[in-house]
Design a protein. Structure first.
Length: 295
């Protein structure tokens, strides 16, 4: 018997991101505040309970997305059934892609999180969120955040989460140029260069203030010292000229977000960026991670 479900998979932005040290397992310890936003992929997962196999088939609306074993969603399926012990079956995944690739928006991690949550629903095992996060962390460091979403203080590889107060009402403009960033290269530059640590004094109090004007000055990203892309600088300049409270690169780049008080200012900024040849969308902070898509 075949069963299907479609999940929304929100992107994330790093409101704050600092790299602490390189670990023995080649990952890095980070400190970050991550926020889910309304820019979403939509992931449809279909299982065939009569097909006793480990087959995973992936299709995607973006031809640049890998659809084989190198897609993070394949690993997420394997990890889910390995955790559950048995019950493997044929799995078909279709990704309706809206989150730009190689942008620091965790699009791949969001898709993998959606797959884990979908399988939890379709198989009826009903694991709790902690178990789902444990499964997701095998696939990628950002997958646990993408499962739970909201506003989270993230440490370790980014997979140790502590929920913070919801972000106050505001509007995001997310933009990306044609240039992309190699995450591995960005971390290597952090390791090798004289990168100045971020001043974190009073940051926790700011993010608990409930005031977006107090939060905005603390939005910062250490990778901006390691990534030197003309497009990033141009996008930030356009956002600030349009009235953004702050403009910051997310993840290791190359997407940039700006935070606005008013939707009219955000929409005008997005229109200007699109007119300048950039991908740009207006988005809202959301108070959940992956979820069943509402028709």
């Amino acid at each position: 018997m075949k069963k299907s479900i479609t999940m929304s998979a929100p992107a994330k932005v790093n409101l704050y991101l600092d790299v602490k040290r390189k670990r023995a397992d080649s990952y890095h310890d980070i400190e970050s505040i991550m926020q889910s936003i309304s820019l979403c992929d939509y992931v449809t997962v279909t299982i065939d309970t009569e097909e006793k196999s480990d087959r995973v088939t992936i299709t995607c609306t973006d031809p640049n997305v890998p659809t084989g074993e190198d897609n993070i969603c394949t690993g997420a399926v394997r990890s889910f059934f390995e955790y559950c012990g048995d019950g493997s079956c044929g799995v078909d995944i279709h990704i309706e892609k809206h989150i730009p690739m190689e942008a620091g928006l965790s699009g791949g991690s969001a898709d993998a999180a959606a797959v884990v949550a979908a399988l939890n629903n379709l198989t009826g095992v009903w694991l709790d969120s902690e178990e789902l996060c444990n499964i997701g962390s095998d696939s990628g460091a950002d997958v646990p955040f993408c499962i739970v979403g909201r506003t989270q203080y993230c440490t370790g590889r980014g997979d140790m989460l502590r929920q913070l107060s919801y972000l106050p009402d505001c509007f995001f403009v997310v933009a990306k140029g044609k240039e992309s960033v190699s995450t591995a290269a960005a971390y290597k530059k952090i390791d090798e260069d004289d990168i100045q640590p971020i001043d974190t004094e009073d940051i926790a109090a700011a993010f608990c203030s409930g005031n977006i004007e107090e939060i905005a000055p603390y939005c910062q990203n250490i990778f901006e010292q390691a990534v030197d892309l003309p497009e990033v600088k141009d996008i930030k300049e356009i956002m600030l000229e349009a009235g953004a409270l702050c403009s910051v690169m997310t993840g290791s780049g190359s997407a940039v977000y700006g935070i606005f008080r008013e939707t009219s200012d955000a929409n005008r900024c997005a229109d200007r960026l699109i007119g300048s040849g950039y991908f740009a969308v207006t988005a809202l902070p959301v108070r959940a991670g992956v979820a069943v898509k509402n028709d």
